[in-house]
Design a protein around this ligand. Structure first.
Ligand code: MN
Length: 461
């Protein structure tokens, strides 16, 4: 654990909020059912400030006295027998780099003693539920939220190192899945290949549930079932990634289950790749996220028009919403301790000058880490909806679009670090060129054909 990273981040928070006590609670375990708990995941803000991955911890910062105190749970032998040991104060000091570590039962008295000289307490909701701050301190929950959102947007080099690790191991897992997927397997078998590779790389947790979507399932953006059979002739879309010390990658690849893309699949894939490559190149400081999204929509509008799926004026297609029938999400989002990370705080929520709706509209800054992930999808429910067909009949050739239902959906997603100058740094290394993917698939399918020989030659007695 990079203790200096977290100490540096706490210094930045103190500079931003110097006039009040700061109190944050880490996560408590979460009940799944009966007496079974979900795997523990630390609260992202708490992890951001401490790097402590353990449950039931609190952080109190006293900016004026320059004191940072970590509070930890006191556990008994019952806990040790069922769940194992937790670091005590001396061990926690060394592990997490805090000079002051107390058990949680000291929190009310320490809080009272340090309240002297303050009028405010920057505390999160969980902490305010847990302890009643002294009356003289006015809780300032929204200001704390905004300060954290603002700080979390620009990544420190230690954070980028963790995002790079998450992206590298997730990239390796994507390549393994691309090599091992076969017609006849279930989607969850490919998921198992992906997740095993992340575990082998030492990353125990995924950033979000894996999406492994064959054929038409790929048109469902957050498809979760992963239980359909892979068929030759279809595409397989995998949107999956692991996290390193809480920092998540977010990567999508789409490839043919057979050795090659069909002509229609190739047309759509090439278009999405063009939108992705050109959007990555444009992701530079000063550009509004909405402008980046608008650019990707234009590329996709132009491409779908040249394929005969869309018709009419390009800006009418983009602004009127016809493109959104095929590309219903944004170009990307911030990436960090949450896979859909901080939007950058209030001061970065800028008015959107484009006529296309977006959730994320900060002006790009050096060391933002963002995803770039255009997609094109053909969804039966959308294309057969009578209201939609009526409304968009002068913009969409629905018969032509229906021919592309076999494509399902194509999304290509990389994680990039905006640089002070020039094009961003791409953290994702999974192949995405059509030729490269086809050669990986052809090679994989050839080797599985030869693997099959000894199996067949085993004598049956
Ligand atoms: Mn994403």
């Amino acid at each position: 654990m990079d203790r200096g990273l977290y100490a540096g981040i706490r210094r930045k928070l103190v500079q931003r909020l110097p006039d009040g006590l700061i109190l944050l609670s880490g996560a408590s375990p979460c009940r799944r059912n009966g007496d079974v708990e979900y795997p523990f995941r630390q609260n992202s803000d708490f992890l951001y400030l401490t790097g402590v991955p353990r449950p039931h911890c609190r952080l109190l910062i006293d900016p004026r006295r320059g004191r940072e105190t970590l509070f930890i749970p006191k556990i008994d032998n019952h806990y040790r027998i069922w769940l194992g040991d937790l670091p005590g104060p001396a061990e926690a000091k060394a592990l997490y780099g805090f000079k002051r570590v107390f058990y949680n039962d000291r929190l009310p008295s320490v809080l009272k003693a340090q309240a002297d000289g303050y009028k405010k307490i920057y505390a999160d909701a969980a902490s305010l539920k847990l302890v009643k701050p002294p009356k003289a301190l006015k809780p300032a929950q929204a200001e704390l939220r905004d300060a954290l959102d603002e700080l979390r947007a620009v990544k420190a080099s230690g954070e980028i190192a963790l995002l790079r690790k998450a992206s590298e191991i997730s990239s390796r897992a994507h390549l393994a899945a691309m090599r091992q997927a076969r017609a006849g397997q279930y989607e969850y078998e490919v998921q198992a290949v992906f997740e095993a590779e992340c575990l082998k790389g030492g990353l125990k947790h995924l950033g979000y549930p894996s999406i492994v979507a064959a054929g038409r399932n790929a048109a469902v953006l957050h498809y979760q079932e992963n239980d359909a059979v892979l068929k030759a002739g279809e595409l397989l879309l995998i949107d999956a990634a692991a996290e390193a010390e809480g920092y998540s990658a977010d990567i999508t690849r789409t490839f043919p289950i057979g050795p090659r893309f069909s002509p229609r699949q190739k047309d759509i894939y090439a278009l999405v790749l063009e939108a992705q490559r050109s959007s990555i190149d444009k992701a530079r400081p000063g550009l509004l996220a909405a402008e980046l999204h608008l650019h990707s929509m234009r590329v996709i509008a132009r491409g779908l028009k040249s394929l005969g799926i869309l018709k009419g004026d390009e800006s009418a297609l983009v602004e009127g919403g016809a493109v959104r029938l095929f590309y219903p999400h944004g170009i990307g989002h911030m990436l960090g301790l949450d896979v859909h990370d901080s939007l950058g705080g209030k001061r970065r929520c800028l008015p959107n000058p484009t006529k296309v709706p977006v959730r994320f509209n900060a002006r790009l800054e050096p060391f933002f880490v963002i995803t770039v992930e255009p997609g094109v999808y053909f969804h039966q429910a959308i294309l057969s909806d009578p209201k939609i067909r009526r409304r968009y009949r002068s913009f969409v050739n629905f018969d032509k679009a229906s021919e592309f239902l076999e494509v399902g959906g194509v999304r290509i997603e990389d994680d990039v670090v905006v640089q002070p100058e020039g094009a961003p740094l791409n953290l994702t290394s999974v192949p995405k060129d059509i030729d490269e993917i086809e050669s990986i698939r052809a090679e994989a399918l050839e080797s599985s054909a030869s693997d099959a020989v000894p199996l067949r030659s085993i004598p049956i007695t």
